[in-house]
Design a protein around this ligand. Structure first.
Ligand SMILES: CC(C)(COP(=O)(O)OP(=O)(O)OC[C@H]1O[C@@H](n2cnc3c(N)ncnc32)[C@H](O)[C@@H]1OP(=O)(O)O)[C@@H](O)C(=O)NCCC(=O)NCCS
Length: 172
């Protein structure tokens, strides 16, 4: 009998997944909630660099990412979220590795993501990825708090991972 982790299917998103991704973001309590239209666009135009995790017909995790137009050696992780009931069992890591295994990422040498100072789970996830890829992680100011209209938005610091070269070994 298959374990739960084996029954989770990782795949590129379809536009039909846009609302489920929007719900996961809404329910995360941490991520900035964007319009459904924005998630539909990610599913439509950036499916190659996005992924969802499906379990028993439900979307239980997602990652949205893209290659910035002027940095084709970098995978920029926009948002990643796992349903609260499925956290802490390696699913976010599996989603990130799923993207890095794709053909579109074959020349990627860096992973970038922004995080607020208080998001310990997110920090742990990206530090763990850097360790797995056997490379460095550096942190830099990116979007200051004053750039956001709400007064309680944290600054977003850039976590810059790399350089690395992808191999069968570090993508396991
Ligand atoms: C951040 C998040 C995506 C991590 O998902 P996850 O599937 O639980 O992560 P993983 O199980 O792959 O864990 C990856 C690493 O982070 C660590 N980690 C995960 N959650 C943690 C937490 N709450 N506190 C400390 N470390 C944590 C794990 O121990 C693991 O480290 P290891 O490889 O050294 O053992 C999930 O907590 C989440 O959805 N949070 C809300 C949304 C969010 O904050 N997204 C990130 C900002 S874009």
């Amino acid at each position: 009998m298959q374990g739960e982790n084996e029954r989770i299917v990782l795949r590129p998103p379809k536009v039909e997944d846009g609302t489920a991704i929007w719900r996961l973001v809404r329910d995360s309590g941490v991520l900035d909630l964007n319009s459904t239209y924005c998630y539909l666009l990610m599913c439509k135009h950036f499916a190659d660099t996005c992924a969802v995790a499906e379990f028993n017909g439900e979307i239980v995790g997602f990652v949205t990412a893209y290659l910035p137009p002027d940095q084709q050696d970098t995978l920029f992780i926009w948002q990643i979220g796992i349903d609260a009931s499925m956290r802490g069992r390696g699913l976010a890591t599996r989603l990130l590795l799923e993207l890095l295994k794709r053909d579109v990422c074959r020349d990627i040498q860096f992973v970038d993501a922004t995080v607020g100072p208080s998001n310990q789970a997110s920090r742990a996830l990206f530090h763990s990825l850097a360790k797995r890829l056997n490379t460095d992680l550096s942190e830099h100011p990116y979007f200051e708090a004053t750039l956001f209209p709400s007064t309680d938005h944290e600054p977003e610091n850039l976590l810059h991972i790399g350089p690395f070269s992808l191999s069968q070994q570090n993508l396991k």
